[in-house]
Design a protein around this ligand. Structure first.
Ligand code: PLP
Length: 448
């Protein structure tokens, strides 16, 4: 009998997160204070983040306990299934074995809930009453709305305008969990009003929405800010994906030669890939492939440099691959991949030649997503289509060389059907982010 799904019992869910920071060769450069350009301690950041998360952000401990209250909420959907994509293998005619970790089973449909739950928990534990955040595709906003409600917090979501207009059901989901939502740039903040004056027709960007959420949080004592990707503590929380996968691949009696994930801010890919780093450093031959859109190619065309995480230049300076903080991306449908920067952890792993970044076009991603839906039966989120496209490239490159490929199915696309409709009606186009535009925004990088 063929085993399709490998499931773990509740009591097999990891009880500790894995922190990859101490294992990255040559380490990470610290976040810098934008005013002094000195390494940033927890004091200033304490205005918008709880201490427990700041400790995780800077921790050099390899393992950090997952509090029991967090485990209880994660168990609503975790451990997530590891699935063998036999049907996809068959239509591709590949001898490779393809597995995916299905993060689409979370209450909001993606991996984002893995970090939303601990972030809400640690904020509530430190007496915070309200969280402000941004959302691109709507996935993170839904995840934080769900998690905030679980721990009795209010939630204010600044949603990138183009997604606000294109994704009405993401708004319904956030409302169901009790959150408030504003289209970003909004009139609620100084930065939002300023950008609306300058660019009245802007589609918005994650960089703008982040500035709005930070301004909101910094202006109120009862409110903290929460970020859904990029930061070290988010990558830490997502490590539960890879830790489970390691156990499940063992049960499958197989081992990944290739690990693939899509990269927006880098958290789902690092969550799956990072727990494999110790074995890679011990000599296991694993190829890590990070897939990004050609329209927002921070890893393949951006520069590794200190930059702000937002447009208003309010965040600490992070050492990361960036297209420049004032980059306003074209409105491609994978809203969750339209961020100018990349997690410092992923950026450092690219610097060390551990991760191989590739860029792909959106039309071939939707084609891959449709093929996946028709073979494996699950409709992927547009972001996830990028990982599937990357997987197909790996599985068909040397068709006779069998490899074991493990990819992260970061989320389902059931609330993204409008973008599938546009794909079917021929209204989607490929877009290469122009080199000149990258060079222009590089000129505005902070001078360190
Ligand atoms: C389904 C899905 N996958 C991937 C991403 C990209 O984010 P990250 O690179 O942090 O995993 C997003 C972001 O919104 C998403 O919604």
């Amino acid at each position: 009998m063929k085993t399709k799904k490998i499931l773990l019992r509740d009591d097999e869910m990891p009880t500790r997160w894995y922190n990859v920071m101490p294992d990255i060769p040559n380490g990470l450069l610290p976040a810098l204070d934008p005013e002094t350009k000195e390494p940033m301690g927890p004091e200033k950041l304490g205005a918008i983040f709880p201490m427990a998360l700041l400790e995780q952000e800077m921790s050099q401990e390899r393992f950090i306990d997952i509090p029991e209250d967090v485990q209880d909420v994660l168990k609503i959907w975790r451990p997530s299934p590891l699935v063998r994509a036999y049907n996809l293998e068959k239509v591709l005619g590949t001898k490779s074995r393809i597995y995916f970790k299905n993060e689409g089973v979370s209450p909001v449909g993606s991996h984002k809930a893995n970090s939303a739950v601990p972030q809400a928990y640690f904020n509530a534990k430190e007496g915070i009453k309200r969280l402000a955040t941004e959302t691109g595709a709507g996935q993170w906003g839904s995840a934080l709305s769900f998690a905030a409600q679980k721990f009795g917090l209010e939630c204010m979501v600044y949603m990138v305008r183009i997604s606000f207009d294109q994704k009405p059901y993401r708004k319904s989901m956030m409302h169901t969990f009790g959150a408030s939502i504003a289209a970003s740039p909004s009139v609620k903040t100084h930065i939002g009003r300023h950008i609306r004056e300058q660019y009245p027709d802007t589609a918005g960007s994650l960089g703008i929405a982040i500035s709005e959420a930070i301004e909101d949080a910094a202006g109120r004592d009862d409110t903290n800010y929460a970020l859904g990707s990029v930061l070290n503590h988010v990558v830490l929380h997502q490590s539960i994906i890879g830790l489970e996968a390691i156990k499940q691949m063992e049960i499958a009696n197989d081992y990944p030669d290739v690990i693939v994930g899509c990269c927006g801010g880098g958290s789902n890919f690092a969550g799956l890939a990072a727990p494999y780093l110790p074995e890679y450093l011990n000599g296991k031959n694993i190829r890590f492939v990070g897939v990004e859109p050609a329209s927002c190619p921070s890893l393949t065309m951006g520069k590794l440099a200190y930059d702000f995480g937002d447009v208003a230049q309010t965040t600490p300076l992070l050492h990361m691959h960036t297209l420049g903080h004032d980059f306003i991306p074209p409105g491609i449908h994978a809203g969750g991949l339209r961020y100018h920067g990349m997690a410092p952890i992923v950026s450092a792993m690219v610097r060390e030649n551990i991760i191989n970044p590739v860029k792909v076009h959106q039309l071939e991603c939707f084609e891959a997503g449709v093929l996946f839906a028709r073979t494996e039966g699950i409709i992927p989120a547009p972001e996830t289509c990028h990982a599937i496209r990357g997987t197909i490239i790996e599985a068909t490159r040397e068709i006779d060389k069998p490899q074991t490929i493990l990819f992260n199915f970061s989320g389902h696309g059931l609330i993204d059907m409008a973008s599938y409709d546009k794909y079917f009606s021929g209204d989607l186009h490929n877009y290469d982010y122009p080199k000149e535009a990258v060079e222009a925004s590089m000129a505005n990088l902070p001078k360190i």
